[in-house]
Design a protein around this ligand. Structure first.
Ligand SMILES: C[S@@+](CC[C@H](N)C(=O)[O-])C[C@H]1O[C@@H](n2cnc3c(N)ncnc32)[C@H](O)[C@@H]1O
Length: 331
């Protein structure tokens, strides 16, 4: 059974240095960086800790390569040969939350965020001017990448979760790679379009979040268009449900939610109990950014906020709209 574990301190989750060490060791393991195999310290020594499998990862050291050559072969091979590590134990606190949270069973929690929803969202984004080549930044299991591909866009999807990437539609597996959003392997101005969907921003502390903006600005070509789909802070604060429980196909899900850091961060403690009694717990910590919070940082990086909608149906942002869908353009 799931019981409350309390909501702990919110701080910068994980260490960039540790993750970067992981990229390097993963890349060395794959020979991607041209270095020696079996470099002195293996992935187990990286500070992301026990339980995180060294799924081949594409490092920023490969920035010189453009999307097609990078993602056609090496990444596809990497994705199809990787073995998925068993889930970490609930007591494993050494991983950053954004590693622990996005395992394969994350799909069960957000089952309604499915291919059908992705089709509709992508249709709206294309109407709003999304063009390829597109980077789906933090693509998860690639539902939007698949929908964009079906609509004829040239798409690359990246995500940090090996398990979610592995569960993607095989038709797009060759278009996906495991990368960290703060350190992308693509050369400057590689993409005419970029999407960052379903609250996939606000995970890394202020410095880390700015690094993501740096990367968005770097890989987007001049006049390129990007869409960021974020929670609407005002709506979240007004409607937060502190506790809920539901059952889906015998799996019981409890979710505890709280606002922390003066209401700047929404924290969710999830507990999943399977019919056989297996329990997994994880935590999500997402910084709530308003458009005003982001606009200046984006502008400093050569990106303008062109418009903001309150949902994927295009309605204007208001206190009662659940999302903030930002349309951005690169100068
Ligand atoms: C809320 S999910 C959204 C996934 C997808 N965009 C969708 O709509 O289904 C957030 C995603 O961000 C990914 N993620 C977390 N940290 C990341 C990082 N440092 N670099 C790249 N992806 C990351 C997670 O693995 C997860 O798939």
């Amino acid at each position: 059974m799931c019981t409350s574990t309390g909501l702990g301190r919110v701080g910068r989750a994980g260490g960039k240095a540790g993750l970067f060490a992981l990229f390097l060791s993963g890349a060395f393991k794959e020979g991607l960086l041209g270095g020696a195999h079996g470099i002195g310290h293996g992935w187990k020594d990286a500070t992301v800790g026990r339980g995180f499998h060294p799924y081949p990862i594409v490092s920023r050291a490969l920035r010189g390569l453009g999307p097609p050559s990078l993602l056609g072969e090496s990444s596809h091979r990497a994705l199809s040969t990787a073995t998925v590590h068993p889930m970490s134990s609930p007591s494993d606190t050494s991983e950053p939350w954004f590693v622990t949270a996005f395992r394969a069973d994350y799909r069960e929690l957000y089952a309604h965020r499915d291919d059908h929803a992705a089709e509709e969202e992508v249709a709206h984004l294309i109407e709003q001017g999304l063009q390829g080549p597109v980077l789906d930044l933090c693509c998860g299991f690639g539902r939007h990448a698949a929908a964009m591909t079906r609509r004829g866009l040239d798409v690359v999807g990246v995500d940090l979760s090996a398990e979610l990437l592995r569960s993607a539609d095989p038709h797009i597996a060759g278009r996906l790679a495991r990368c960290d959003a703060r350190s992308l392997p693509f050369k400057q101005s590689s993409f005419a379009g970029l999407v960052n969907l379903f609250s996939s921003f606000g995970y890394f502390g202020e410095d880390g979040d700015l690094e993501v903006l740096d990367e968005i600005a770097r890989v987007l070509m001049p006049s390129g268009v990007a869409f960021m789909d974020l929670m609407n802070p005002e709506f979240v604060r007004a409607t937060l449900v502190p506790f809920s429980e539901r059952e889906e196909q015998g799996v019981v899900l409890t979710e505890e939610r709280a606002l922390e850091n003066d209401g700047l961060q929404v924290v969710k403690q999830v507990c999943m109990t399977r019919p056989d009694g297996e329990v997994r717990r994880w935590r999500e910590e997402v910084r709530l950014y308003t458009v005003a919070d982001l606009a200046e940082s984006l502008q400093e990086r050569g990106i303008e906020v062109e418009s903001v909608a309150g949902a994927f149906d295009g309605r204007p942002l208001a206190a009662d709209t659940p999302r903030q869908l930002l349309r951005l353009s690169r100068r």
